[in-house]
Design a protein around this ligand. Structure first.
Ligand code: FAD
Length: 267
Protein backbone atom coordinates (compact mmCIF):
# COMPACT_ATOMS: atom_id res chain seq x y z
CA UNK A 1 0.00 0.00 0.00
CA UNK A 2 1.41 3.38 -1.02
CA UNK A 3 0.83 6.17 1.53
CA UNK A 4 0.81 9.89 0.71
CA UNK A 5 1.34 12.21 3.69
CA UNK A 6 0.33 15.72 2.60
CA UNK A 7 0.72 18.68 4.98
CA UNK A 8 -1.90 20.97 3.48
CA UNK A 9 -5.06 20.76 1.42
CA UNK A 10 -3.41 21.69 -1.87
CA UNK A 11 -0.88 18.89 -1.41
CA UNK A 12 -3.64 16.46 -0.41
CA UNK A 13 -5.68 17.29 -3.52
CA UNK A 14 -2.57 17.04 -5.67
CA UNK A 15 -2.20 13.48 -4.34
CA UNK A 16 -5.34 12.61 -6.34
CA UNK A 17 -3.77 13.92 -9.55
CA UNK A 18 -1.01 11.35 -9.38
CA UNK A 19 -3.28 8.68 -7.80
CA UNK A 20 -6.88 9.29 -8.99
CA UNK A 21 -8.22 6.23 -7.13
CA UNK A 22 -6.51 7.08 -3.84
CA UNK A 23 -8.47 6.51 -0.62
CA UNK A 24 -8.58 9.27 2.03
CA UNK A 25 -7.57 8.11 5.51
CA UNK A 26 -8.43 10.21 8.58
CA UNK A 27 -8.47 8.41 11.96
CA UNK A 28 -8.79 5.02 10.29
CA UNK A 29 -11.37 3.76 12.82
CA UNK A 30 -13.73 2.75 9.99
CA UNK A 31 -11.32 2.38 7.09
CA UNK A 32 -8.78 0.15 8.84
CA UNK A 33 -11.56 -2.16 10.05
CA UNK A 34 -12.46 -2.70 6.37
CA UNK A 35 -8.80 -3.25 5.48
CA UNK A 36 -8.26 -5.65 8.39
CA UNK A 37 -11.35 -7.66 7.36
CA UNK A 38 -10.00 -7.74 3.78
CA UNK A 39 -13.10 -5.94 2.49
CA UNK A 40 -10.87 -3.23 1.07
CA UNK A 41 -7.36 -3.22 -0.41
CA UNK A 42 -6.56 0.41 -1.27
CA UNK A 43 -3.51 0.74 -3.51
CA UNK A 44 -2.87 4.32 -2.38
CA UNK A 45 -3.97 6.04 0.80
CA UNK A 46 -3.89 9.81 1.37
CA UNK A 47 -3.30 10.21 5.12
CA UNK A 48 -5.04 13.42 6.19
CA UNK A 49 -3.97 13.86 9.79
CA UNK A 50 -1.32 16.49 9.04
CA UNK A 51 -3.57 18.56 6.73
CA UNK A 52 -3.88 21.77 8.72
CA UNK A 53 -7.03 23.11 6.98
CA UNK A 54 -8.99 20.04 8.11
CA UNK A 55 -8.16 20.79 11.76
CA UNK A 56 -9.74 24.27 11.65
CA UNK A 57 -12.59 24.92 14.03
CA UNK A 58 -14.46 28.14 14.75
CA UNK A 59 -17.98 28.95 15.91
CA UNK A 60 -19.55 28.24 12.48
CA UNK A 61 -17.15 25.77 10.85
CA UNK A 62 -15.88 22.39 12.03
CA UNK A 63 -13.01 20.91 10.02
CA UNK A 64 -13.31 17.33 8.78
CA UNK A 65 -10.24 16.31 10.76
CA UNK A 66 -11.58 17.41 14.15
CA UNK A 67 -11.68 14.35 16.43
CA UNK A 68 -14.42 13.38 18.86
CA UNK A 69 -11.95 14.04 21.68
CA UNK A 70 -11.87 17.69 20.61
CA UNK A 71 -15.63 17.84 19.94
CA UNK A 72 -16.29 16.60 23.49
CA UNK A 73 -14.85 19.84 24.85
CA UNK A 74 -16.58 22.09 22.30
CA UNK A 75 -19.25 24.78 22.68
CA UNK A 76 -22.22 22.89 21.16
CA UNK A 77 -23.93 20.80 23.86
CA UNK A 78 -25.45 18.16 21.53
CA UNK A 79 -22.22 17.77 19.55
CA UNK A 80 -20.20 17.40 22.75
CA UNK A 81 -22.77 14.97 24.11
CA UNK A 82 -22.74 12.75 21.03
CA UNK A 83 -18.94 12.82 20.88
CA UNK A 84 -18.83 11.43 24.42
CA UNK A 85 -20.91 8.41 23.35
CA UNK A 86 -18.64 7.38 20.46
CA UNK A 87 -16.56 4.22 20.98
CA UNK A 88 -13.84 4.38 23.62
CA UNK A 89 -11.22 7.04 24.48
CA UNK A 90 -8.93 5.51 21.82
CA UNK A 91 -11.64 5.73 19.13
CA UNK A 92 -12.51 9.28 20.18
CA UNK A 93 -8.84 10.31 19.99
CA UNK A 94 -8.56 9.08 16.40
CA UNK A 95 -12.09 9.19 14.88
CA UNK A 96 -13.17 12.36 13.10
CA UNK A 97 -16.28 14.19 12.02
CA UNK A 98 -15.17 13.92 8.37
CA UNK A 99 -14.73 10.17 8.75
CA UNK A 100 -18.27 9.82 10.10
CA UNK A 101 -19.55 11.70 7.03
CA UNK A 102 -17.27 9.73 4.69
CA UNK A 103 -18.56 6.41 6.01
CA UNK A 104 -22.16 7.70 5.86
CA UNK A 105 -23.48 4.90 8.05
CA UNK A 106 -27.21 5.39 8.75
CA UNK A 107 -26.21 5.01 12.44
CA UNK A 108 -23.34 7.56 12.41
CA UNK A 109 -23.66 9.46 15.69
CA UNK A 110 -22.55 12.85 14.36
CA UNK A 111 -25.09 12.88 11.55
CA UNK A 112 -28.31 13.70 13.47
CA UNK A 113 -26.65 16.87 14.85
CA UNK A 114 -25.76 18.00 11.31
CA UNK A 115 -29.24 17.17 10.00
CA UNK A 116 -30.99 18.96 12.89
CA UNK A 117 -29.02 22.13 12.14
CA UNK A 118 -29.34 21.85 8.34
CA UNK A 119 -25.55 21.94 8.20
CA UNK A 120 -23.68 22.14 4.93
CA UNK A 121 -20.79 19.90 3.94
CA UNK A 122 -17.89 21.71 2.26
CA UNK A 123 -15.97 19.56 -0.21
CA UNK A 124 -12.95 20.43 -2.33
CA UNK A 125 -11.18 19.08 -5.37
CA UNK A 126 -8.45 20.45 -7.57
CA UNK A 127 -11.22 22.18 -9.55
CA UNK A 128 -12.42 24.19 -6.52
CA UNK A 129 -14.88 23.99 -3.64
CA UNK A 130 -18.57 23.13 -3.51
CA UNK A 131 -21.06 23.08 -0.68
CA UNK A 132 -23.84 20.55 -0.24
CA UNK A 133 -26.56 20.52 2.37
CA UNK A 134 -26.43 17.38 4.57
CA UNK A 135 -29.31 15.74 2.68
CA UNK A 136 -27.67 16.33 -0.69
CA UNK A 137 -24.39 14.90 0.63
CA UNK A 138 -25.80 11.76 2.30
CA UNK A 139 -27.51 10.00 -0.59
CA UNK A 140 -28.00 6.48 0.79
CA UNK A 141 -26.72 3.90 3.25
CA UNK A 142 -22.91 4.27 3.16
CA UNK A 143 -23.25 6.41 0.03
CA UNK A 144 -22.33 10.07 -0.37
CA UNK A 145 -22.33 12.61 -3.20
CA UNK A 146 -18.53 12.85 -2.98
CA UNK A 147 -16.91 12.61 -6.42
CA UNK A 148 -13.57 10.93 -7.12
CA UNK A 149 -10.76 13.32 -6.21
CA UNK A 150 -12.90 15.25 -3.72
CA UNK A 151 -12.20 15.64 -0.02
CA UNK A 152 -14.53 16.70 2.76
CA UNK A 153 -13.06 19.92 4.13
CA UNK A 154 -15.55 20.39 6.93
CA UNK A 155 -19.03 21.32 7.97
CA UNK A 156 -20.56 24.79 7.91
CA UNK A 157 -23.13 25.48 10.63
CA UNK A 158 -25.96 28.04 10.34
CA UNK A 159 -25.68 31.55 11.78
CA UNK A 160 -28.33 30.88 14.37
CA UNK A 161 -27.73 27.79 16.50
CA UNK A 162 -30.42 27.19 19.15
CA UNK A 163 -29.02 26.97 22.66
CA UNK A 164 -31.54 24.27 23.53
CA UNK A 165 -30.21 21.09 21.98
CA UNK A 166 -29.79 17.50 23.05
CA UNK A 167 -28.58 14.16 21.68
CA UNK A 168 -29.94 10.74 22.58
CA UNK A 169 -28.85 7.22 21.71
CA UNK A 170 -30.27 3.76 22.28
CA UNK A 171 -27.96 0.76 22.06
CA UNK A 172 -27.58 -2.64 23.61
CA UNK A 173 -25.36 -1.15 26.32
CA UNK A 174 -24.11 2.24 27.49
CA UNK A 175 -20.64 2.29 25.88
CA UNK A 176 -18.76 1.01 22.81
CA UNK A 177 -21.92 0.47 20.84
CA UNK A 178 -23.27 1.41 17.45
CA UNK A 179 -26.66 3.07 17.85
CA UNK A 180 -29.85 1.07 17.45
CA UNK A 181 -31.51 4.49 17.22
CA UNK A 182 -29.98 7.94 17.71
CA UNK A 183 -31.53 11.36 17.72
CA UNK A 184 -30.80 15.07 17.96
CA UNK A 185 -33.38 17.72 18.88
CA UNK A 186 -32.79 21.47 18.69
CA UNK A 187 -35.34 24.10 19.74
CA UNK A 188 -35.07 27.88 19.48
CA UNK A 189 -36.56 30.59 21.73
CA UNK A 190 -39.69 30.86 19.53
CA UNK A 191 -40.30 27.12 19.83
CA UNK A 192 -39.18 26.17 16.31
CA UNK A 193 -38.03 22.58 16.76
CA UNK A 194 -35.99 20.24 14.57
CA UNK A 195 -35.81 16.52 15.10
CA UNK A 196 -33.25 14.32 13.31
CA UNK A 197 -33.31 10.54 13.66
CA UNK A 198 -30.50 8.10 12.82
CA UNK A 199 -30.35 4.31 12.29
CA UNK A 200 -34.04 4.28 11.38
CA UNK A 201 -33.80 4.86 7.63
CA UNK A 202 -31.35 4.59 4.73
CA UNK A 203 -29.77 7.85 5.91
CA UNK A 204 -30.37 10.15 8.85
CA UNK A 205 -33.83 11.73 8.43
CA UNK A 206 -35.93 14.57 9.83
CA UNK A 207 -39.28 13.90 11.51
CA UNK A 208 -41.01 16.85 9.86
CA UNK A 209 -44.62 16.25 10.98
CA UNK A 210 -43.47 15.84 14.59
CA UNK A 211 -41.37 19.00 14.30
CA UNK A 212 -44.35 20.96 12.99
CA UNK A 213 -46.59 19.79 15.81
CA UNK A 214 -44.37 20.96 18.67
CA UNK A 215 -43.04 24.08 16.92
CA UNK A 216 -46.49 25.66 17.16
CA UNK A 217 -46.45 26.08 20.92
CA UNK A 218 -44.14 27.36 23.62
CA UNK A 219 -45.16 24.62 26.09
CA UNK A 220 -46.29 21.34 24.53
CA UNK A 221 -48.95 19.66 26.68
CA UNK A 222 -48.61 16.01 27.83
CA UNK A 223 -51.10 14.92 25.14
CA UNK A 224 -49.10 16.81 22.50
CA UNK A 225 -45.94 15.03 23.62
CA UNK A 226 -47.78 11.71 23.25
CA UNK A 227 -48.77 12.71 19.74
CA UNK A 228 -45.19 13.85 19.02
CA UNK A 229 -43.90 10.40 20.02
CA UNK A 230 -46.50 8.72 17.79
CA UNK A 231 -45.64 10.93 14.81
CA UNK A 232 -41.90 10.21 15.12
CA UNK A 233 -42.63 6.46 15.28
CA UNK A 234 -44.76 6.84 12.13
CA UNK A 235 -42.23 8.92 10.21
CA UNK A 236 -39.16 6.72 10.61
CA UNK A 237 -38.49 3.91 8.11
CA UNK A 238 -36.38 1.35 9.99
CA UNK A 239 -35.36 -2.14 8.93
CA UNK A 240 -34.86 -5.32 10.91
CA UNK A 241 -31.20 -6.32 11.20
CA UNK A 242 -28.86 -8.05 13.65
CA UNK A 243 -29.15 -5.11 16.07
CA UNK A 244 -32.93 -4.74 16.34
CA UNK A 245 -36.27 -5.44 14.73
CA UNK A 246 -38.12 -2.86 12.66
CA UNK A 247 -40.87 -2.81 15.33
CA UNK A 248 -38.48 -2.20 18.22
CA UNK A 249 -36.67 0.58 16.35
CA UNK A 250 -39.93 2.31 15.46
CA UNK A 251 -41.05 2.25 19.10
CA UNK A 252 -37.62 3.25 20.46
CA UNK A 253 -37.40 6.14 17.97
CA UNK A 254 -40.63 7.69 19.29
CA UNK A 255 -39.67 7.25 22.95
CA UNK A 256 -36.11 8.51 22.41
CA UNK A 257 -37.24 11.57 20.44
CA UNK A 258 -39.79 12.46 23.09
CA UNK A 259 -37.28 12.13 25.94
CA UNK A 260 -34.71 14.16 24.01
CA UNK A 261 -37.30 16.87 23.34
CA UNK A 262 -38.27 16.89 27.02
CA UNK A 263 -34.65 17.61 27.89
CA UNK A 264 -34.75 20.61 25.52
CA UNK A 265 -37.97 21.82 27.19
CA UNK A 266 -36.65 21.58 30.75
CA UNK A 267 -36.45 25.00 32.46
C1 FAD B 1 -14.56 0.13 18.25
C2 FAD B 1 -15.29 1.15 17.41
C3 FAD B 1 -16.34 1.85 17.99
C4 FAD B 1 -17.03 2.80 17.24
N1 FAD B 1 -18.07 3.47 17.83
C5 FAD B 1 -18.78 4.38 17.10
C6 FAD B 1 -19.87 5.07 17.69
O1 FAD B 1 -20.19 4.91 18.86
N2 FAD B 1 -20.55 5.95 16.89
C7 FAD B 1 -20.20 6.18 15.58
O2 FAD B 1 -20.85 6.99 14.91
N3 FAD B 1 -19.17 5.53 15.02
C8 FAD B 1 -18.44 4.65 15.73
N4 FAD B 1 -17.40 3.97 15.15
C9 FAD B 1 -17.08 4.26 13.75
C10 FAD B 1 -16.00 5.36 13.54
O3 FAD B 1 -15.22 5.54 14.70
C11 FAD B 1 -16.63 6.70 13.14
O4 FAD B 1 -17.44 6.57 11.99
C12 FAD B 1 -15.56 7.78 12.87
O5 FAD B 1 -16.18 9.03 12.76
C13 FAD B 1 -14.74 7.51 11.60
O6 FAD B 1 -13.79 8.55 11.51
P1 FAD B 1 -12.28 8.27 11.06
O7 FAD B 1 -11.58 9.57 11.11
O8 FAD B 1 -11.68 7.17 11.83
O9 FAD B 1 -12.54 7.82 9.54
P2 FAD B 1 -11.68 6.85 8.61
O10 FAD B 1 -11.83 5.44 9.08
O11 FAD B 1 -10.30 7.36 8.41
O12 FAD B 1 -12.48 7.06 7.23
C14 FAD B 1 -13.83 6.64 7.12
C15 FAD B 1 -14.29 6.89 5.68
O13 FAD B 1 -14.36 8.26 5.40
C16 FAD B 1 -13.46 8.62 4.35
N5 FAD B 1 -12.88 9.90 4.74
C17 FAD B 1 -12.30 10.23 5.92
N6 FAD B 1 -11.98 11.52 5.94
C18 FAD B 1 -12.33 12.03 4.74
C19 FAD B 1 -12.25 13.33 4.14
N7 FAD B 1 -11.76 14.41 4.80
N8 FAD B 1 -12.72 13.49 2.88
C20 FAD B 1 -13.25 12.43 2.20
N9 FAD B 1 -13.37 11.20 2.71
C21 FAD B 1 -12.92 11.00 3.98
C22 FAD B 1 -12.46 7.47 4.26
O14 FAD B 1 -11.93 7.32 2.95
C23 FAD B 1 -13.36 6.30 4.64
O15 FAD B 1 -14.13 5.91 3.54
C24 FAD B 1 -16.68 3.04 15.89
C25 FAD B 1 -15.59 2.33 15.30
C26 FAD B 1 -14.91 1.40 16.07
C27 FAD B 1 -13.76 0.67 15.44
Amino acid sequence: MHIERPRDLAEALAGFDSHPRATPLAGGTDLMVEVNLSHLRPETVVALRRVSELQTWDDRFVGAGVTYARLQAGPFPALAELARTVGSPQIRAAGTLGGNLGTASPAGDALPFLAALDAEVVVASHGGERTLRWDAFLVGPKRTALRPGELIVGVRLPDHIPARQAFGKVGVRQAMVIATVNCCVVRDEEGATRVAMGAVGPTVLRARAAEQLVSSTSRPSPSMLEEFQRLVSDEVVPITDHRATERYRRHAAGVLARRTLERCLAP
